[in-house]
Design a protein around this ligand. Structure first.
Ligand SMILES: Nc1ncnc2c1ncn2[C@@H]1O[C@H](COP(=O)(O)OP(=O)(O)OP(=O)(O)O)[C@@H](O)[C@H]1O
Ligand SMILES: O=C(O)C1=C[C@@H](O)[C@@H](O)[C@H](O)C1
Ligand SMILES: [Mg+2]
Length: 166
């Protein structure tokens, strides 16, 4: 089995929101490696970061990405930082990988005051700027398709993603 489409992008890109809509449109299932990691650890991602550290989270995430790419046949969203690991990028070869591109202003407003993102707990705007600056080239490189999400509705973005799914 292989996912029909893998969705990547930073926090606030809309991976979960758009991915769920794409799965509905394709009549298939949606899977998110963040949820898989939480299930494997038996606790929320924020607690994994606080109690076990980011390295422990990344290790669980690598395992979750490998398993999900193998098992999932619908839509798969990766955690926002998953593509930073070369092992995960290598596993994406041959898949349809959609990067949901988002600018800083949209990412900040979408993430808002949500407290579920451990890397953004302090100075969300500055942290998001750092993540986007560091990772945007990595997302672009890992993706087979880049979809601009700026000022667009999740429904409109989902329609464009579906067009790229074979
Ligand atoms: N195109 C959009 N326009 C406006 N708001 C959006 C759009 N896409 C997503 N949102 C909103 O932004 C917030 C973040 O979206 P979502 O949780 O889907 O992002 P994500 O990429 O999965 O983030 P994370 O990496 O933290 O899991 C949600 O409140 C969602 O409703
Ligand atoms: O951008 C990141 O590094 C992260 C994004 C989220 O999806 C989670 O995977 C976690 O909060 C880390
Ligand atoms: Mg998400």
């Amino acid at each position: 089995m292989a996912p029909r489409v893998v969705i990547i992008g930073p926090p606030g890109a809309g991976k979960t929101t758009v991915g769920t809509l794409v799965a509905q449109r394709l009549g298939t299932t949606f899977r998110d490696t963040d949820a898989d990691v939480e299930r494997a650890a038996g606790k929320p991602i924020t607690d994994i970061f606080v109690e076990d550290g980011e390295a422990a989270f990344r290790s669980l995430e690598r395992a979750a990405v490998a398993t999900a790419l193998d098992e999932q046949d619908g839509v798969l969203a990766l955690g926002g930082g998953a593509v930073v690991a070369p092992e995960n990028r290598a596993l994406l070869a041959g898949h349809v990988v959609v990067f949901l591109d988002v600018g800083l202003a949209d990412a900040v407003s979408r993430v808002g005051l949500n407290r579920d993102r451990p890397l953004l707990l302090e100075s969300p705007r500055a942290q998001l700027k750092r993540l986007l600056d560091q990772r945007r080239p990595v997302y672009l490189e890992a993706a087979t398709v880049t979809v601009d999400t700026g000022g667009r509705t999740p429904e409109d973005i989902a329609d464009e993603v579906v067009k790229h799914v074979h």
